[in-house]
Write a protein of this length. Structure first.
Length: 393
């Protein structure tokens, strides 16, 4: 039986490398009790910042036996994501993190399915998990000898760094484990010092409440204290990986250009619903997207661009039209920020209550002509509503 396991392992590892995986390793399917305890500790302290993923149910995500009954082994694979050294994002453009520019997980799943098929051909059961809350993939990768935990909390492959996506095949076949690798960060702390928001609070521990990669996905508006650090990011943040010296030669070999890295903001502003659903791969949830999706996104993006440029005069034309409550809140915060730094703000809107909240002085127009100007406070409440209606009669 041991000889059979050795043979199958050797064939699966060789197949993984031949189909395009950059690294493959094997570990047992035993639970990860230390990882579970750490996930629960960080969640209790609020370090998850509301993030779900493997924090949602640590008891499940740290037990491969929940994925496949009778699981005995994990075959872990890593696939590199190219990461060219790009210049700063230009004006009017927004950047997407390296791992999200293409669907690398789809490619990874395809490779892992090849390994699963090989295992199944010997009569065993095998199930692929990648980008899946069901498994703590980094812990599995470390235990399978793929790499070590970096101080930026990513898995670093020896000599190659952390520019990889991870996945695994869970199987009831008993395969001998691979040897683990030694930690290789040493005294380096470039990622801790290079994080733009100080989110890496100690080696290997990230406070998601400060991490830009999470904040751009999290519900609600981005806290004011992190908006300047956000810069031109649209999705994700690569800073803690870009400063890492491990695997620097491969990154240099990737070149200095990636057409998929940046998005023209004007393209999003001018796109219709169908264009945006296709552009951001939302076709499978189109039935849940409300009418006017592109209109609302365009309004929000206009406000984002205005906030990034910090103009002395901020002009917003119907910024609340077609925008959800979170977008309204974010817009009001941008207006408040602009006013606090002394910028002149002019908001044109037909929504009286939001005009009162956004501005200190209100001008009422009828037929393009001004019919009144007053303090926003005088326009508030029922009395203000009656005064407003009378001006329009």
């Amino acid at each position: 039986m041991e000889e059979t396991g050795d043979r199958l392992k050797a064939e699966v590892l060789a197949l993984g490398r031949s189909v395009g995986l950059d690294a493959v390793g094997v570990t047992g399917a035993d639970p990860f009790p230390e990882v579970r305890a750490e996930l629960e500790r960080r969640r209790a302290e609020g370090l998850h910042g509301g993030m779900q993923f493997t924090f949602r149910n640590p008891a499940r995500s740290t037990d491969p036996g929940r994925i496949l009954e009778g699981a005995r082994s994990l075959v872990v694979g890593a696939l590199r994501t190219p990461a060219p050294r790009l210049a700063e994002v230009g004006a009017g453009r927004l950047r997407i993190a390296a791992y999200a520019r293409h669907d690398h997980y789809a490619t990874l799943r395809g490779h892992l399915e090849r390994l699963a098929d090989r295992i199944r051909s010997d009569g065993w059961t095998a199930r692929v998990v990648a980008d899946d809350n069901a498994l703590v993939d980094r812990a599995a990768a470390v235990r399978a000898g793929i790499g070590w935990y970096g101080k930026n909390a990513n898995v670093l492959l020896p000599g190659r760094g952390s520019w990889f996506v991870l996945g695994a095949v869970v199987t009831d076949a008993l395969l001998p484990p691979s040897e683990q690798v030694e930690e290789g960060c040493g005294t380096c702390r470039r990622c801790l010092d290079g994080c733009p928001t100080g989110a890496i609070i100690q080696p290997g521990v990230v406070d998601a409440r400060r991490c830009l990669a999470w904040l751009v996905q999290a519900p609600g508006s981005i806290p004011r204290e992190f908006r300047r650090a956000l810069g031109g990011r649209l999705y994700g943040c690569d800073d803690c990986q870009e400063v890492c010296p491990v695997g620097r030669s491969e990154v240099i070999a990737d070149g200095t250009e990636d057409p998929a890295a940046d998005v023209e903001a004007i393209d999003v502003l001018e796109a219709d619903d169908a264009d945006l659903l296709e552009r951001f791969e939302l076709g499978d949830v189109a039935h849940r997207v409300t009418a006017g999706f592109s209109h609302g996104m365009g309004r929000r993006l206009s406000v984002v661009l205005a906030a990034l440029h910090e103009p002395e005069v901020l002009l917003l034309d119907e910024p609340f039209d077609g925008v959800d409550p979170l977008g309204v809140e974010a817009t009001l915060e941008v207006v408040a920020d602009a006013r606090s730094r002394g910028a002149a703000v002019l908001v044109s809107t037909h929504l009286r209550e939001l005009a009162i909240e956004a501005c200190s002085t209100v001008s009422v127009l009828r037929g393009g002509a001004q019919v009144a100007e007053m303090s926003a406070l005088d326009m508030a409440g029922e009395e203000g509503a009656r005064a407003y209606r009378s001006l329009l009669d």
